[in-house]
Design a protein around this ligand. Structure first.
Ligand code: GLC
Length: 754
């Protein structure tokens, strides 16, 4: 029996373990956390201000209202002059633009007694005006540098437009493609999601204190991505070890990266709504993780504690949320309406109120808003730093890098730039608004390059392009099929651009059937009959069930929702100016019935590959995904040498691993080399494999690169149901390869500390 070493000391603290393995990650060095010394100017200013504040004004700082007509939730508490006059507006969300925000700040400074500046927030999830690929798409670049840069670019644009604070990154692990918000995260793997969370927080907060960066927000705390049946907002019931091992680490990574705010989730967690969960918001986040920032609820989530059935009245709901540790109340106004009375009745402690108020005043002070409430409102910056050439160039590069080549039979791709006749078919060929995906902030259709435009930009007038929409997304009409068929017949190659509408994924957009919507599969059937090479470009927010599409297409490119530079990026890939390198960060199932279908599933007593029928499987679908986690093709080919590593971990618990990767194909290209580990025997059931490292390496054609990893046995521990991090010596399977299913294996033993 293995000796179990329970690292209780870090039982709750060290959630995100493992060292980054990204060769091209030049993330700036971590900034030392600014220790707040009592008596410094910030503390002095804030404490003196609080002395002047009435209870009403204090609670006002804990209240956030929608500032305009952009509702990202059900109708809610309305903003009014009277709230400004009574100093009851601490923050406003969903307004962007220097002029709009200046007006609101001026109103606040004119009407309120103490003239405490408003903090302005917006959902800048994947860009503000320059829209980058959706976060799930970007995660498929596995390029931390890119995700740092796109978050930084989004911060520069948003802050130039007056925004102080974004509700991003969304770091919910999503293992269920039915859940619409999978589009907003970094996929199904915790290790990768931790690295991406850190990159995004550092990107948004790249220059804190200056008016060209913004506060980030780790959301939605916690386990929002695990709703029953993938239905958004549904209850979450998971073991404490799964909570600790899968869902908490990316949030801890945000804390370690210095994130300034958190957002509580809508869902209940094991019977306790996150927004009323004191263990989560106070015991864990504040007391264990030492989070210094402030927590905002999600939209109306305080009031919704009544719908969860854990509060009978608004007052009970506001008390439950506030005493759980939610500092700021988004949109429903319950804190303003209920906390003062509760305080007078001794049901909430003024010290707790003061602590929350202080956190929010400090956040405003640190942005310099007390010195100059208008310092983010520079119209000249708004004109010059929004939609900049550098942002557009970055958007095009990242979009191409996020695309995943799923199939390329007979090397159909890349297409020749001298192709004479192209049939461009499908509802997403010439579409501006859908291709930005959900949460497109202030992205404008007019700035989008469609696929039709991108191909014309690339090939000029020499090529004959025959564009037929073919069908819509949900309209059952097939009246354009014959026209599409004719266009295909008369072409050298058919490019079909199909997929989902932007709002078929995102918030409250869960789907139970994951095939191409409407008549799109039938359209591909029709096109296939034309007998020409059929390239299918997919635009979708989540993994789909594509078994039929995979058979219909000669080449299949997952383009996700590429954002403003959509058409240029698609053309770069299709015509070979960019070589695809993206790899999936979510598994694509054969059928919805397989969900959850994530790659790092736990072992069972009857593994699926046993030579008899009574194993863990379905009898009507093969025991595999259509496309596995970590999968993606290139135009070139990579071959892996033998894994080089000792059979035993070093005494200090480390293990050096090397592998030679050779580019044997005809194109220079990038390969995302992945390192997985499996604990062969442990005191708890472990996953069949877990990602523990990755490196994205550029390899010129014909050349070989040696890729090195360092494993530390302490990173191979796991969390038990007592929320203890357990590290056990034993035999570990070391796996390296190009996807979670294409791996070489070797064993190494760790004999534990001497
Ligand atoms: C929404 C979302 C959250 C968003 C907030 C403000 O309901 O759940 O992600 O940041 O409200 O728009």
């Amino acid at each position: 029996m293995k000796r179990t070493i329970v690292a209780i000391a870090c039982a709750i603290g060290c959630f995100c373990v493992g060292n980054a393995h990204n060769v091209n990650s030049q993330l700036p060095q971590k900034r030392e956390k600014k220790e707040v010394k009592v008596g410094d100017s910030e503390t002095k200013f804030v404490h003196e201000l609080m002395q002047k504040m009435t209870l009403t004004e204090k609670i006002g700082q804990l209240s956030q209202y929608v500032g305009g007509t952009l509702l990202t939730g059900p109708q809610s508490g309305a903003l009014s002059d009277s709230l400004f006059i009574r100093g009851m507006v601490g923050s406003i969300l969903n307004v962007g633009g220097v002029d709009n925000l200046r007006k609101l700040q001026e109103k606040n400074m004119q009407l309120s007694r103490l003239k405490i500046p408003i903090l302005f927030a917006f959902d800048v999830i994947h860009g503000y005006k320059t829209i980058f690929p959706t976060p799930l798409a970007e995660s498929c670049t596995w390029d931390l540098d890119f995700m740092y840069e796109t978050s930084k670019a989004a911060a520069i644009e948003a802050s130039a437009s007056g925004i102080h604070w974004t509700f991003a990154p969304m770091v919910d692990i999503a293992r269920d493609p039915r859940w619409g918000r999978i589009v907003e995260g970094a996929g199904e793997d915790t290790y990768l999601a931790c690295k991406i969370a850190e990159a995004r927080v550092r990107g948004f907060q790249w220059n804190l204190g200056k008016p060209n960066s913004v506060y980030a927000c780790a959301k939605h705390f916690v386990a929002y991505g695990a709703p029953q049946a993938g239905r958004d907002y549904a209850p979450v019931d998971i073991s404490m070890s799964t909570l600790a091992e899968v869902y908490l680490p990316p949030f801890k990574a945000c804390v370690d990266a210095g994130v300034k705010t958190f957002m509580s989730a809508f869902n209940s967690l094991n019977g306790v709504p996150a927004t009323g969960n004191r263990w989560l918001m106070t015991n864990l986040l504040r007391n264990q993780w030492k989070f210094q920032g402030f927590v905002v609820s999600d939209w109306n989530a305080v009031q919704e504690l009544k719908d969860h059935g854990v509060a009978a009245t608004d007052e009970e709901a506001s008390l439950l949320a506030f005493n759980a540790g939610v500092d700021m109340n988004m949109t429903d106004g319950l804190y303003n309406r209920c906390l003062e009375k509760a305080l007078r009745e001794g049901r909430v402690d003024i010290k707790a109120i003061d602590a929350s108020v202080e956190r929010i005043l400090r956040a405003k002070y640190a942005l310099g808003l007390f010195e100059d409430p208008y310092r983010f409102f520079d119209s000249k910056r708004e004109r010059t730093e929004v939609r900049s050439n550098s942002a557009m160039t970055l958007a095009r590069k990242v979009a191409a890098s996020s695309m995943v080549l799923l199939k390329n039979s007979q090397s159909t791709l890349p297409l020749s730039k001298h192709t004479n006749r192209i049939a461009l078919i499908g509802p997403l060929v010439n579409n501006r608004s859908e291709v930005m995906g959900s949460w497109k902030a202030r992205g404008e259709d007019k700035d989008v390059v469609t696929v039709l435009e991108g191909i014309k930009n690339k090939l000029g007038s020499a090529v004959a392009i025959n564009y037929v929409q073919g069908c819509d997304f949900l309209d059952p009409s097939t009246q354009e099929f014959s026209k599409a068929f004719e266009a295909a017949k008369q072409s050298d190659v058919v490019i079909a651009v199909v997929g989902e509408k932007a709002l078929m994924s995102g918030e409250s957009r869960s789907r139970a059937v994951l095939r191409l919507p409407g008549q799109q599969e039938a359209l591909l059937d029709t096109l296939q009959k034309a007998g020409k090479p059929l390239v299918v470009v997919l635009m979708n927010g989540r993994p789909l069930c594509l078994e039929k599409v995979d058979k219909q297409a000669d080449a299949l490119l997952e383009a996700w929702f590429p954002g403003t530079q959509c058409g240029n990026a698609v053309a770069d890939i299709l015509f070979g100016d960019a070589v695809p390198a993206g790899k999936l960060t979510t598994s694509f199932p054969l059928s919805e019935g397989q969900i959850p279908n994530y790659y790092n599933y736990k072992r069972s007593g009857r593994p699926g590959d046993m030579p008899h029928s009574s194993t863990v499987r379905h009898i009507d679908v093969p025991n595999r995904n259509l496309y596995p986690f970590g999968y993606g093709l290139s135009y070139t080919k990579f071959s892996y040498g033998e894994i080089q590593c000792a059979n035993e971990f070093n005494v200090d618990g480390t293990l050096q691993i090397s592998v030679d990767v050779t580019n044997t194909g005809g194109y220079d290209g990038e390969e995302i080399v992945q390192l997985y580990v499996a604990d062969k025997h442990a005191s708890m059931v472990r996953p069949v494999k877990e990602l523990k490292g990755f490196k994205k390496v550029f390899i010129p054609k014909g050349e070989t690169v040696r890729v090195d990893f360092t494993l530390n046995a302490r990173d191979l521990g796991f969390w038990n149901n007592e929320m203890q991090y357990v590290v056990e010596p034993g035999i570990f399977e070391i796996m390296v390869g190009s996807s979670s299913e294409d791996l070489q294996k070797k064993e190494a033993i760790w004999k534990g500390d001497k």
